[in-house]
Write a protein that binds this ligand. Sequence first.
Ligand code: 5GP
Ligand code: ZN
Length: 114
Amino acid sequence: MSECVFCQIVAGTVPSQKVLDTERVLVFHDIRPQAPVHVLVIPKQHIASAHALQAEHATVLMDMHLAAQQAAEQLGIAQDGYRLVTNVGWHGQQTVPHLHYHLLGGRQLQWPPG
Ligand code: 5GP
Ligand code: ZN
């Protein structure tokens, strides 16, 4: 079995609170929310990070953005706006090595990030 926790969430062996489940993408609530709305948008296919993306991933990447848009509408944050971010590697503070966007909203977010 995969040691990747997000692959385990895709497989259903680790439970998650799903928001959206499409052919190639899963959206679920982050276990430690940092905003009133904080969900994760992941490809079902294991891709290590945004830095591992290749041209052949174009379809799944677009599907991730379409799922993020749909989740933002569904969760009521589309009108006021939101943040869609992906952390990469050590300095980026990526803790799960499976590509994911954080979709954050429901409050005024700060910029720049720490
Ligand atoms: P990163 O730190 O890699 O940018 O983001 C990983 C995110 O995954 C964190 O916000 C963390 O709270 C979340 N996370 C880690 N393990 C789990 C889990 O088992 N279930 C859920 N729903 N979120 C998780
Ligand atoms: Zn994975």
